[in-house]
Design a protein around this ligand. Structure first.
Ligand SMILES: Cc1cc2nc3c(=O)[nH]c(=O)nc-3n(C[C@H](O)[C@H](O)[C@H](O)COP(=O)(O)OP(=O)(O)OC[C@H]3O[C@@H](n4cnc5c(N)ncnc54)[C@H](O)[C@@H]3O)c2cc1C
Ligand code: FES
Length: 338
């Protein structure tokens, strides 16, 4: 069921970005984790569209939910939100989702590197506030690259946080013409690392080339892929469906909130496509294997994905699968947990 929100405030952040404070219409508490996003369900020029926006607020530190939107040149929805929405307007959204979260709270002492470029700061800002709020000895290094000082989203708030938590929060402010590259990042990680290398965590969000450079560098200097999380904002063309021998229809059984129902899927449709074609509403956003809105646990049968940019090897071992890029090889049972 979509959630309904009223916009209670719009806060300009830079000439091209603003935050929208959202309050649930029925006053209920909306649980979420730092780093998650909302998928807005909008009607723009008479057409239903959906786009995801990371929460810039953080549980524990912010009273209200907040998303932060940056204008994309010729972008349909970002321009609509920034140019037309006003205080008091209502918006609908899917419940908070996403796996770009801090999920290992057993280690008290560790380094967490947050690597952001441009609007990629949004989920990292939420994680930063959350980690500072955790009463632990976590050392946080934010590396944040921007075109200019004026374009730096949350600059004032970051300055305040740095003054307040200077002992365990380091902000490395990179403004053009300076930029982050392999060499700079490698030196910086070596310099800033305070604790055990195997306990360090990296979160990166920004343009794909920026994130790929960060990931490649981190793996090259000896960290494992399990230590790096990426959040993609953009979607690219999908690879073609995988080749499968048996293209006969398969049953998909869905278990959600105590309900159970079954529909059919047939190659070359993905599980999500089959559901939507039959009017069955399953959660999704990017439809590209990059955001995890469509994630479900496969508890019976076999499903293969032709793209997965969000689930880690551990998630896959735990049965998680993406339905937007998933094809059923056998009859399958999927459990939805949110
Ligand atoms: C999990 C997730 C979280 C996100 N969080 C945020 C957020 O916190 N803040 C935010 O502003 N956006 C965020 N986005 C991006 C957002 O969902 C939209 O894609 C973005 O606002 C552009 O939508 P649009 O309708 O304006 O552009 P469209 O009309 O869809 O696209 C217009 C053109 O811009 C390109 N484009 C689309 N998105 C981007 C982008 N992000 N950067 C550069 N070029 C792009 C497209 O390829 C196309 O050429 C997130 C996306 C995902 C999947
Ligand atoms: S809808 Fe984004 S990963 Fe499936």
């Amino acid at each position: 069921m979509p959630l309904s929100f009223v916009i209670t405030d719009i806060i300009p952040e830079t000439p091209d970005a603003a935050s929208f404070q959202l309050s649930p219409v029925n006053g209920e508490h909306i649980p979420y984790k730092a780093g998650q996003f909302l998928t807005l369900l909008l009607t723009v020029h008479g057409r239903a569209v959906r786009r995801s926006y990371s929460l810039s607020s953080s549980p524990g530190t912010d009273h209200a939910l907040r998303i932060t939107v940056k204008r994309v040149e010729n972008g349909e929805v970002s321009r609509y939100l920034l140019d037309h929405l006003k205080k008091g307007d209502m918006v609908e959204a899917l419940p908070p989702a996403g796996m770009f979260v801090y999920d290992d709270e057993n280690t008290a002492r560790r380094d967490v590197f947050l690597l952001a470029a441009g609007s990629g700061i949004v989920p990292l800002f939420s994680l930063l506030k959350y980690l500072l709020h955790l009463d632990k000895k976590i050392h946080i290094v934010l590396v944040y690259q921007n075109h200019s000082v004026r374009d730096t989203i949350f600059r004032n708030e970051l300055e305040i946080l740095q003054q307040k938590h200077g002992d365990r929060f380091t902000w490395i402010d990179i403004v053009r013409p300076e930029h982050l590259n392999n060499e700079v990042l490698e030196k910086l990680v070596e310099r800033e690392l305070r604790y055990n290398k195997a306990d360090a965590r990296f979160y990166t969000c920004g343009p794909p080339l920026f994130m790929n450079m960060c990931r490649f560098c981190i793996l090259t200097i000896g960290f494992s892929s399990e230590q790096v999380k990426r959040e993609f904002f953009t979607t690219e063309a999908l690879p073609p469906p995988p080749l499968v021998k048996d293209t006969t229809p398969k049953n998909v059984t869905i278990l959600t909130n105590g309900n159970r129902f079954t529909f059919q899927t047939q190659y070359p449709s993905t599980i999500l496509e089959s559901a939507l074609q039959q009017g069955i509403s399953l959660p999704y956003s990017c439809r590209n294997g990059r955001c995890s809105s469509c994630v479900a646990r496969c508890i019976e049968g076999t499903l293969i994905m032709n793209n997965n940019e969000v689930l880690t090897d551990k998630d896959i071992r735990n049965g998680l699968r993406l339905t937007c890029t998933g094809y059923a090889l056998t009859n399958i049972t999927l459990q939805y947990e949110h």
